[in-house]
Design a protein around this ligand. Structure first.
Ligand code: SAM
Length: 430
């Protein structure tokens, strides 16, 4: 591997006698990890073929055993998230809890948001924000795949978000864009883009992001700042500088993972607490939904859910584009912020027909709804977007693989029309 000369010099100076071991670590292939999604999986035994040793710093994280975990239907069903093992350290450090207000400020593609959501177990409000529009769509897709109900996905600059959420959150994660030195083994682009100038540029940008993050944390709240790089300007010195300018924060602890000491790539995480400051006063969101949309939703609920109702918590809200969402409790007024998703998307209402959303199917248990259980072969075909045949009463069904929904289909006179979103369909092998 052709590592930048200046980078090597800096690492030698930083690590001293540990430098040879650090260099040797580049001869090992990158570690791959898998985190079980406890929102869907109660017993990880079902995933045993993929699970190697436990990742020491993540309760539900494992080293990935050989196997095509990314192409397996369980991946499409959101039973796990494939994540670099060291990257699993940041969310447990923040220890998000049920009922809290949690922000993941730099969230795409969603590795850490989906871990925070699992810790929150569907209760409270998770705002997952991503600044880059196309990465924000990937984040949205992962939030939906993992069946997260209480998440608002936004696409905003940190300073715009800060204006909407003054001193609002109990916990904030800043997994900052960085020079990615810890990713050299996995991404050639990280090596190509590396320069001392880029390290300094990243440090400036991170300081700006931290300023916005600090404003959004309530007094007593906790914040984790993390990067996947080794440079001190972006890590220890960044935190020192932040604390010098923010006397209302204190450092609880720092964690540094390095590939010559652990089975994983490089990661840095600092846990901070805000001990003083002003109180926030975000106005509550006012959900609105016309009665015809509500009636259509309830009629659908009656047919689709075995119990006749969804049991989803929150308040139905009809967006201007016809999407009906279940707004999580405690969502504030977010005027000025670009929202991609506000809680669970229930479906679309055009004034005549209610069409359920893929996201809804992904956050329910198969046994609680009308569903069809797919064989291995039918599952492959469903994931390719093919039409299937099935004798059932006409209407909407969840298409399940071993009890876990993959998406929706609609039975019309023995034909199962495939409603898996086009962007999620697998390419045909032919
Ligand atoms: N937390 C993510 C995860 O675990 O999957 C990884 C986040 S990645 C390290 C950093 C993210 O910050 C990227 O998605 C990047 O697009 C975003 N970003 C880039 N510039 C930014 C800026 N100026 N403000 C906020 N976020 C930015």
């Amino acid at each position: 591997m052709n590592l930048p000369e200046e980078f090597l010099k800096r690492m030698e100076k930083k690590l001293g006698s540990e430098f040879p071991a650090f260099l040797l670590s580049y001869n090992r292939p990158p570690e791959r990890g898998i985190r079980v999604n406890t929102l869907k999986v109660a017993d990880a035994e079902i995933l045993a073929p993929f699970l190697g040793e436990s990742v020491p710093w993540s309760e539900h994280g494992y080293y990935l055993k050989d196997g095509n975990a990314g192409g397996h239907p369980f991946h499409a069903a959101g039973l796990y998230y494939l994540q670099e093992p060291s990257a699993m350290c940041a969310a447990p450090l923040l220890s998000a809890e049920r009922g809290e207000r949690v922000l993941d400020l730099c969230a795409a593609p969603g590795g850490k948001s989906t871990a925070l959501a699992a810790d929150m177990a569907g209760e409270g409000l998770l705002v997952a924000n991503e600044y880059d529009p196309s990465r924000a769509r990937t984040l949205l897709s992962n939030v939906e795949r993992m069946g997260i109900k209480n998440c608002v996905v936004t696409n905003a600059e940190p300073s715009v978000l800060a204006a909407a959420f003054p001193a609002y959150f109990d916990k904030v994660l800043v997994d900052a864009p960085c020079s990615g030195e810890g990713m050299f083994k996995k991404e050639d682009a990280a090596i190509e883009n590396w320069s001392e100038q880029n390290v300094r540029g990243c440090a400036v940008r991170q300081a700006q992001i931290l300023e916005s993050a600090a404003k959004m944390l309530r007094v007593g709240g906790k914040m984790v700042y993390s990067t996947c790089t080794f440079s001190e300007e972006e890590n220890e010195l960044q935190i020192e500088d932040f604390l010098r300018h923010h006397k209302e924060f204190s450092l609880i602890r720092e964690e540094k993972l390095s590939p010559h000491r652990v089975r994983g790539e490089g990661h840095f995480a600092a846990l901070l607490q805000k001990t003083a400051g002003e109180r926030g006063n975000a106005a509550a969101f006012r959900a609105r939904c016309d009665s015809s949309a509500l009636r259509a939703w309830h009629a659908f609920e009656k047919c689709f859910f075995i119990a006749g109702e969804s049991g989803l918590s929150g308040t139905p809200h009809l967006l201007a584009d016809g999407r009906l969402c279940m707004i999580p409790e405690g969502m504030p007024d977010m005027r000025g912020v670009r929202i991609l998703r506000a809680g669970t998307e229930l479906g679309e209402w055009d004034g005549r027909v209610f069409k359920p959303a893929h996201a809804l199917a992904m956050c329910v248990k198969g046994a609680t709804v009308r569903h069809t259980e797919l064989s291995d072969d039918a599952c492959e075909r469903y994931l390719r977007g093919e039409t299937l045949f099935y004798e059932a009463e006409n209407g909407w069904l969840a298409a399940c693989y071993r009890g876990y929904p993959l998406g929706l289909c609609k039975c019309v006179n023995g034909t199962l029309k495939n409603h898996l979103p086009k962007g999620l369909r697998k390419m045909s092998k032919r």
